[in-house]
Every structure is written in C-alpha cells, then in structure tokens.
Design a protein around this ligand. Structure first.
Ligand SMILES: [Zn+2]
Length: 295
C-alpha cells in the first residue's frame, strides 16, 4: 500500500519534469508579437522589446531590454536593417548563446523588398540602404510573416510543430476573411493622391495602387529643408493631393504647415499595434488604417 502511495505521489512530481518547457520569445516590434501569439497561443511566451508608440528606427537599448534578451530562446526581428541602430547592441550585450543561428529570425528574408537603392549607401543619410523595411503595412505580407515564424518555431520546438501548424492554418482562414474587407476598401482608394511624412506606407500604396505624389522627408530619415517643403506645396497644388498622411512619431509641424497652405487634410495613421488607442491588435491596426485612409 505504501509503495502504491509512493508511486502515486512520484508520478505527480515527475509530470512537470517531462512537460515541454515554454519558449521565451522576444520580438523587436509589437506587430511581430501579435503574429507570434496567433501561432503559439498559450503554449509559449512572447513579448515585444519596443512599443507601438515609439519610432521603430530609434529604440534605446536599455539594460532592461538586455536583461530580457539574456533570458530569451528566440528573438524575432523585422530585419532589412530597421533595427540596425539598437537590436545588435542588445544581442551582443546579452551574450546569450541560444540567440545564435536558430534563435534569431529576421522575417525580411521572406519578403520581396521594394525601394531597393541602386547603390548600397547611407551616404545621403538614407536610413533604408537595403530597401524599404516597412513591409508589414501591406496586410498581404502578414501571412508570409506568420509562415516564416511557424517554420522557425517548428525547428526549435519540434514537439509542438503540429500544434503551431494547426494554429497557422486557422490564422490563414481568419486573415483571408479580414483581407476581403480591406481589399474592398483598398480598391475604393485606388489612385487617391497621397503625401506621406516617411516612406512608411509604400507597400500599402503599391498594393492598392494609391498615387504617392511626395514625401515630407526628401530621403528616408532626413528632415525636410524649407526649399523641399516649398516645392512640395507646389506639387500638392498642381497634382491636387487628397490626403497628407502623418505617422505618430515624427513631428506633425511640416504636415500641418502643408495642410494650412494647401487645404489638404492631414490624417494620423498608426504604423504598429499600440500606435493609436484604436490599433489594439493586428486586426484593429488594419481596420484603423483603412478607415482613416478612406476619410
Ligand atoms: Zn523607415
């Protein structure tokens, strides 16, 4: 009887030892954490190193972020040099061997980049020398990103691979449904004439055939001179722009000035989950973008 009791107690003690440990996943941006959540659900842990309310090009590599990276099993990054100013420093200082090889994923490797400069150079101050890294703002790229994340998770945590794949299948179906609605709004935006602050929305502009007539920044990352703004006023008037789109982290001073001089409205568009209070998750991020673009 005593032996039976002992075995019974022991079996409970041993279960946790054999259970699969949860992966501790970090992402560079909130949208990547949201995509990852669709795949891992509650089986692993994921959090973002940055918030949607900050400039994605310039995150401060604080000690608290280094401490998080030290504990991580996998870091999922946007790539295409978007994190070049901060994430390599965090990874270097974390000195975590799990982040070598399979423990680091750049989803940009799975995306066909646009705006690739003919010459690879930061000579003029261009912050995007490898092409435009803001591909997640085309909602058709989100399933590609979800696939890349699933593939990597399967490589790291093989025992959960079927679970991840089932969740990916489910996500594909839900996203396909949402895309129908966004594509319909997108079609109604065709040829809308847009001015934007930074080259954030080029993938979305290309997808839905909007007409980009100018950028407030003469080159990505370069603030406008008064001469550049003067010529932009002329272009806006000549080409009869419909909308000036402003992101949440650049100063809106130039956009407001252009609007005052041309009577073209400025609309604030979120670039990530958490950028505006409406953009609470992946779905509401794109709902908000399309709702605001159709104003
Ligand atoms: Zn950028």
């Amino acid at each position: 009887m005593f032996i039976k009791m002992l075995l019974f107690i022991l079996s409970f003690c041993l279960i946790p030892a054999f259970a699969q440990a949860k992966l501790n996943i970090l992402t560079s941006y909130p949208y990547l954490a949201e995509v990852t959540k669709q795949i891992i659900r509650d089986r692993d842990e994921v959090s973002s190193l940055s918030m949607g309310s900050t400039d994605p090009h310039f995150i401060v590599p604080k000690p608290s972020l280094i401490a998080k990276a030290r504990q991580a099993d996998l870091i999922i990054a946007n790539g295409a040099d978007l994190e070049v100013g901060w994430l390599p420093q965090i990874i270097k200082q974390a000195n975590n061997p799990r982040l070598n090889n399979k423990g680091f994923l750049e989803v940009s490797e799975h995306i066909q980049l646009i705006d690739v400069p003919r010459e690879l150079s930061r000579h003029h101050g261009d912050v995007h020398p490898y092409g435009n890294p803001h591909f997640h703002l085309d909602p058709h790229n989100i399933p590609i990103i979800a696939e890349a994340i699933t593939k990597r998770l399967c490589e790291i945590q093989q025992t959960n691979c079927n679970y991840y794949k089932e969740n990916l299948k489910d996500f594909h179906l839900r996203w396909k449904d949402a895309l129908k609605g966004w594509d319909k709004i997108g079609a109604s935006l065709k040829a809308k004439k847009i001015v934007q602050s930074h080259t954030l929305y080029n993938y979305l502009i290309k997808r839905y055939d909007l007409h980009l007539i100018g950028n407030i920044e003469p080159l990505p990352g370069i603030p406008p001179s008064s001469r550049h703004l003067e010529s932009l006023i002329n272009v806006i008037k000549e080409k009869k722009a419909d909308l000036i789109i402003q992101d949440i982290y650049h100063s809106d001073k130039a956009a407001k000035m252009l609007s005052e001089k041309t009577s073209v409205p400025v609309v604030l568009i979120p670039h990530d989950v958490g950028s505006t209070k409406e953009a609470k998750d992946l779905y509401s991020l794109f709902d908000t973008i399309f709702e605001r673009l159709s104003r």
